[in-house]
Structures are given as structure tokens and as C-alpha cells.
Write a protein that binds this ligand. Structure first.
Ligand code: NDP
Length: 499
């Protein structure tokens, strides 16, 4: 950016805050067109390269959480359907995909990546409709990153012999993959791209509330000419996921979701010889030291917890701020939150979209009420919530103690719990005082302090002077109650290989 523009921008920031606070003007709506995507009234399961109804004909509706409007009826896969999908994946593995040279598999992955880019606008609108997330996030984060995962892993497919996994690493077979609703297409890409690059075939179970982009991805795979059975999508509820992970024809289980379900899955696969990776919940600390540039830290705090309505496993849901700068940081944070725009996810100006489901909204409300009842002080900027749909305002709790539920439990919503600390040791002790271990953020201008903190924080990912930054080349994952195994990078590939 040009230096002149930069200076101009810095001057504009406080003005924007003041004007928005006065609320005497507003942004004109800038809606993305819903017409770029055609939503069918009904969707089948994707098995053996074709869309087919569930064996017993059962369906469930998927809603637009911003309006509660039903978008489509989707096939509800039972055990017989999961069985069919696993059989299709097994046949494709043995006859086509397993024996195929890596350089040939790569061509399909490149094709899928390019089609995702070509159809990115369609995917972005569909994701925002089904999930409730702002279009600027689905357009600028979810879809480009999903394509990037296919591009990245396409590059690995013909290089596995030279990647340090031994002379001839072999795929595992059929992967059963269960994903959540917070990044529906991106989580599908995280699971599918490495599995397919390594030569496995897949049965994917999307979340019940967000099945549509996984089904559009299945269509893209058809368009790319992916051999039938290499990817299968069995939509349904938790019982479909349970049937998939415990199916004896599955060799590898990969799950992203809640810690409770992760534990159930671990019990279900124990003793079966199946390989397992679990990417579970988190309660990350975002730690701001007194020497951090306040503006940058505030942007990092906002990105850390209000990106994707806080429906992020690695969200910076606990702000640990050094006591000497707490008032200054919180004052600036409140001003900044006053400028966030909540509303129509398809509006390009929207910063905060809808909560994904009634159940999730109830959970956020229940935990926030518990925060108040336990004595923390609750604050939200003035903000009109739409009458229909599932909405929750950006919320900050101060006066939080480590024993409060809002400091310990994953809220998975736009709710920030603020704690203070005086010394680096105290920051580390408080940050690590959680059963989770997925991520953390550190804000300071001292490089030596960043390294000192990173060595002591018990988290799979530590971001320094940034937050929520993802790259397909960078392994992501946690330990303790946040799960085990890594996704992305060379480490992520290892989870899909017999090396
Ligand atoms: P779940 O863990 O229940 O859902 C994740 C996926 O697992 C979904 O596809 C779900 O299907 C499926 N599933 C549910 N039960 C089983 C089972 N017994 N065996 C196999 N698969 C199963 O998360 P929820 O959507 O219910 O959210 C609950 C809480 O979990 C949230 O409030 C949040 O705190 C946390 N969460 C954390 C995520 C993370 O990335 N860390 C992601 C999502 C949720 P279905 O959608 O049909 O239930």
C-alpha cells in the first residue's frame, strides 16, 4: 500500500468509529446476487458417482439460518446407504484410485481446484445461504482456501516417494470423514484433498445443518470426471456419522467437531485397527502485552473471536490483556465493535452474520447467561438484531475469573471473555489453564518474548502478532482435549499413508 494512503487510512479509522456511534448515516445495502446459484428442491446422496435417494426415502430440511427459510430437502442416509457408499469407495479404491499413478491422480485434483475457482461465486453464495456466514468471508476465505487445499495436495500426489515417508508409502484404503458446520466446504477440502492425493477413496458426512456445498463439490467432482466411487457423500444426522465411523469397511476415520463426539468416536474405533485423527474444540488465549501496538492488537482480537461469528475451533475466545494497558485496549475494542455491521449475510458490508442453528443459539445464550449469573460484566455495542433467523450480538465479558464457565467452556459464538495478567509467567499459567490445547495468539513487539511464550504455551498453533491465519502448507491440530493428528502440510499427508 502507498505510504500516503496508509496515513489517510489511519486518520479515517477513528472518524469512522465516531460517525458509526452517532448512527446518523449508514452503509447502503450491497447485496450479492442470490441468483448466481440454483438450489434444487431436493438433493440425493452422492454414491458411486451418482446422486441417489436414501434407501428408505427419508429426507431432512436444510434452512437459511438468517431467515429460517427452508432451502432444500436433503436425503438422510441410514446404515444401508452408508454400507453402499463404503462398498462403492472400496471398489473404486481397489480397481481405479489405489493403483492409479500419483501423477494421474494429481490431474483430477488440479481440475477440482480450478473448477472451485471458476465456480467460486456460486459456492460463496451457497455457503452463506446455508451457513449464515458473511459473504465477504465465504468469498475471500472459505472458497479460496478450499481451492488452495486441492492445488497444494495435487502437487504432493506424485511426490510421495520423495517426501520422507519411506520408499513406497501406501494409501490406507477407505477414509470415513465427518465434518462440522462452521466451515462446511473448507473442512471438506481439508479432509478430502490429502486423502485423495495419497490414493485413498472417501465417504464424507457433512453436518446436518450445512450439507449443500459438499453436494455442490460432489457435482464438481462429476464435472472433473473423478472416477465413480472415489468420493461419496452421505448426508444425514449424527447417526449417519456414527454408522460411518463404526463401519467395518472403513480403514481411516477423520473427524472435526466437538470434544464429546470425538470421545465417542474414539471409543467406537478403539481396538478395530482403524487409523484415527480428531480435530476437536478449543478455548484459546489471545494474549496482549503492554508493548503491543494497540490498533493492531484490537484488529487481532476482533478477528480472533468475531470472525465467522466465533464459530471457530481455534477462536481467541479468552483475551488475556496485561493489566497496565487493559483500560486502553478495552476502550479501543469497544469503539471498534461499535463499527461492526451485523445482518444479511449476503450483504457485502456485513461483518457478523447469523448463528448457524437454533441449537447453537440456545447454547450461546445459556453460557452467556451463566457468565452474568456468575458475576462477570456483560457488554455489547448497540445493535439491532433482525426479527427472523438466529442472531447474537458481539459480546464482551469483563471481570471474568478463571473458574467461570465462560472462561472454561467452548461457547462457539461471538462472545469474548476478558482476563488480565501482570507478568509473562502469569499469562502462560492462565493461558494453559484449560483442558484444551489447540491454538493461542501473542501480541508484543519483542521477538524474544514471542519465542519465550511459544515454547511455553500448550497449544498446537501459536500465532504471533496475527490470528486465524491458515495455509494448506502449514500443519494444524491440537492435543489434550483438542484432539490429535495434524491437517495440512506434510504432517497432514502422513495421516493418510501407511508409511
Ligand atoms: P458435533 O461434534 O456434534 O458435530 C460434528 C459432526 O459430527 C457433524 O457432522 C455431526 O452430525 C457429526 N456427529 C454427531 N454425532 C456423531 C456421532 N455420534 N458419531 C459420528 N458423528 C457424529 O458438533 P455440533 O454440531 O453438535 O456442535 C456442538 C458443539 O460442538 C458446538 O457448540 C461447539 O462447541 C462444538 N463444535 C466444535 C467444532 C470444532 O471445530 N471444534 C465444530 C463444531 C462444533 P450432525 O451435524 O448431523 O449432528
Amino acid at each position: 500500500m502507498m505510504p500516503g494512503k496508509d496515513a489517510e487510512r489511519r486518520e479515517l479509522v477513528p472518524m469512522q468509529g465516531e460517525l458509526a456511534a452517532q448512527a446518523d448515516w449508514d452503509y447502503a445495502p450491497a447485496p450479492e446476487s442470490r441468483d448466481v446459484v440454483t438450489i434444487a428442491p431436493e438433493y440425493g446422496l452422492f454414491i458411486g458417482g451418482e446422486f441417489v435417494p436414501a434407501a428408505d426415502g427419508r429426507q431432512f430440511p436444510t434452512l437459511n439460518p438468517a431467515t429460517e427459510e427452508p432451502l432444500a430437502q436433503v436425503a438422510d442416509a441410514g446404515e444401508a446407504d452408508v454400507d453402499r457408499a463404503v462398498a462403492a469407495a472400496r471398489t473404486a479404491y481397489e480397481r481405479v484410485w489405489g493403483p492409479m499413478p500419483g501423477a494421474e491422480r494429481a490431474k483430477y485434483l488440479y481440475r477440482i481446484a480450478r473448477l472451485l475457482q471458476e465456480r467460486s461465486r456460486e459456492f460463496a453464495v451457497l455457503e452463506s445461504l446455508d451457513n449464515g456466514k458473511p459473504i465477504k468471508e465465504s468469498r475471500d476465505v472459505d472458497i479460496p482456501l478450499a481451492a488452495a487445499h486441492f492445488f497444494y495436495h495435487a502437487g504432493w500426489a506424485d511426490k510421495l516417494e520423495h517426501a520422507g515417508f519411506g520408499p513406497s508409502p501406501r494409501p490406507l484404503g477407505v477414509a470415513g470423514q465427518v465434518i462440522p458446520w462452521n466451515f462446511p466446504l473448507l473442512m471438506a477440502a481439508w479432509k478430502l484433498a490429502p486423502a485423495l492425493a495419497a490414493g485413498n477413496t472417501c465417504v464424507l458426512k457433512p453436518a446436518e445443518t450445512t450439507p449443500l456445498t459438499a453436494l455442490l463439490l460432489a457435482e464438481v467432482c462429476q464435472q472433473a470426471g473423478l472416477p465413480p466411487g472415489v468420493l461419496n457423500v452421505t448426508t444425514g444426522a449424527g447417526s449417519t456419522g456414527a454408522a460411518l465411523v463404526s463401519h467395518p469397511g472403513v480403514d481411516k476415520v477423520a473427524f472435526t467437531g466437538s470434544t464429546d463426539v470425538g470421545k465417542e468416536i474414539q471409543r467406537a474405533v478403539a481396538g478395530t485397527g482403524k487409523r484415527l485423527t480428531l480435530e476437536l474444540g478449543g478455548k484459546a488465549a489471545n494474549i496482549v502485552f503492554d508493548d503491543a501496538p494497540v490498533e493492531g492488537a484490537v484488529e487481532g482480537i476482533v478477528n480472533g473471536i468475531f470472525f465467522n461469528q466465533g464459530h471457530v475451533c481455534c477462536a481467541g475466545s479468552r483475551l488475556l490483556v496485561q493489566e497496565s494497558v487493559a483500560d486502553a485496549v478495552l476502550g479501543r475494542l469497544r469503539d471498534r465493535l461499535g463499527t461492526l455491521r451485523l445482518g444479511d449475510p449476503l450483504d457485502k458490508n456485513t461483518d457478523i452474520g447469523a448463528i448457524n442453528s437454533r441449537e447453537q443459539l440456545d447454547k450461546i445464550r445459556e453460557l452467556s447467561d451463566a457468565g452474568e449469573a456468575e458475576g462477570a460484566e456483560r457488554w455489547s455495542p448497540p445493535c439491532d438484531l433482525p426479527e427472523r433467523g438466529y442472531w447474537f450480538p458481539p459480546t464482551v465479558f469483563t471481570g471474568v475469573s478463571q473458574s467461570h464457565r465462560i472462561a472454561r467452556e467452548e461457547i462457539f459464538g461471538p462472545v469474548l471473555s476478558v482476563l488480565t495478567f501482570r507478568t509473562p509467567d502469569e499469562a502462560v499459567a492462565k493461558a494453559n489453564n484449560t483442558p484444551y490445547g489447540l491454538s493461542a495468539g501473542v501480541w508484543t513487539e519483542k521477538g524474544s518474548r514471542i519465542l519465550w511464550m511459544a515454547q511455553r504455551l500448550r497449544a498446537g498453533v501459536v500465532w504471533a502478532n496475527t490470528y486465524n491465519r491458515f495455509d494448506p502448507a502449514s500443519p494444524f491440530g491440537g492435543y489434550r482435549e483438542s484432539g490429535f493428528g495434524r491437517e495440512g502440510g506434510r504432517h497432514g499427508l502422513a495421516a493418510y499413508l501407511n508409511a
